[in-house]
Design a protein around this ligand. Structure first.
Ligand SMILES: NC(=O)c1ccc[n+]([C@@H]2O[C@H](COP(=O)([O-])OP(=O)(O)OC[C@H]3O[C@@H](n4cnc5c(N)ncnc54)[C@H](OP(=O)(O)O)[C@@H]3O)[C@@H](O)[C@H]2O)c1
Length: 225
């Protein structure tokens, strides 16, 4: 049976590949882009492209008004940014706030705005695309302060959502997509977007209540917090 997915950050990279693979297999894709007029590839793949800059809470609140009462099965909070600030001496308040807004705050606001639409769906899945760089246990190298911290915060927010919504049958997970050849991952990344996304879709298709609140690699392996 096909499902309806909402994907943030669908204009390029992993988000665009999610839209392509899901629509190719017959699922319905509603994707967001900051500038839908410049997202021609996404428009070909998605049933609907909704304008959304996730740094704008007012426009996040407007999201349901674009959905015409459609029920959502899976929300993929994918939009994300990296940061050039790698050391403590470079690390500034404005950059920390910018990266936290996109990577940590926005996924919660998007989930909150779409919660009733997700309750109306069959699968009740919220997937937050995180990074293994958000693992505190695995952080032996330091650096990338805003990015690492924003993804660690997203992991904690995912766990809280998972706990709060478990009794309604939600499954909320934080998923690391692998090191993927996108604008963010760069040309040296070992994984093609097609491979990473195909693996993640296999994972999402078999997510169950036992994985609610978990921090997972794209292949389904657990990542230490
Ligand atoms: N690639 C990797 O190796 C890797 C590894 C670990 C985790 N991740 C995570 O995977 C996710 C996707 O990454 P990617 O590699 O596909 O990155 P990407 O190629 O840089 O694409 C990022 C996407 O996020 C959107 N975005 C950025 N800021 C936004 C904002 N303020 N409002 C709305 N959309 C915004 C971008 O839209 P515009 O086109 O408008 O800028 C774009 O669609 C991110 O959460 C990232 O942290 C990636």
């Amino acid at each position: 049976m096909s499902s309806t997915y909402v994907i943030t950050g669908g204009s390029r990279g992993i988000g665009l590949e999610f839209a392509r693979q899901l629509s190719a297999r017959g699922d319905t894709v509603i994707a967001t882009a900051r500038d839908p007029d410049r997202a021609a590839d996404l428009s070909r793949a998605a049933a609907r492209v909704v304008p959304l800059d996730v740094t704008d809470p007012a426009s996040i609140e407007l999201l349901p008004s674009y959905l015409d009462g459609v029920s959502i099965d899976v929300l993929i909070n994918n939009a994300g940014v990296s940061s050039e600030q790698k050391t403590i001496s470079q690390c500034g308040a404005a950059e920390l706030q910018r990266v936290f807004m996109v990577n940590s705050t926005a996924p919660v606001l998007v989930a909150r705005a779409l919660l009733d639409r997700l309750r109306a769906g069959r699968r009740r899945q919220i997937v937050n695309i995180t990074s293994q760089l958000g693992s505190i246990t695995n952080n032996t190298g330091g650096s990338s302060y805003p990015y690492r911290a924003s993804k660690a915060a997203l992991n904690m927010l995912t766990r809280s959502m998972a706990n709060e919504l478990a009794n309604e049958g939600f499954v909320c997970v934080a998923v690391h997509p692998g090191w993927v050849r996108t604008d963010m991952g760069g040309p040296s990344a070992p994984l093609a977007p097609s491979k990473a996304v195909a693996a993640m879709l296999r994972l999402f298709d078999r997510l169950d209540a036992g994985q609610n609140g978990h921090f997972l690699n794209f292949d389904g392996a657990s990542i230490p917090w």
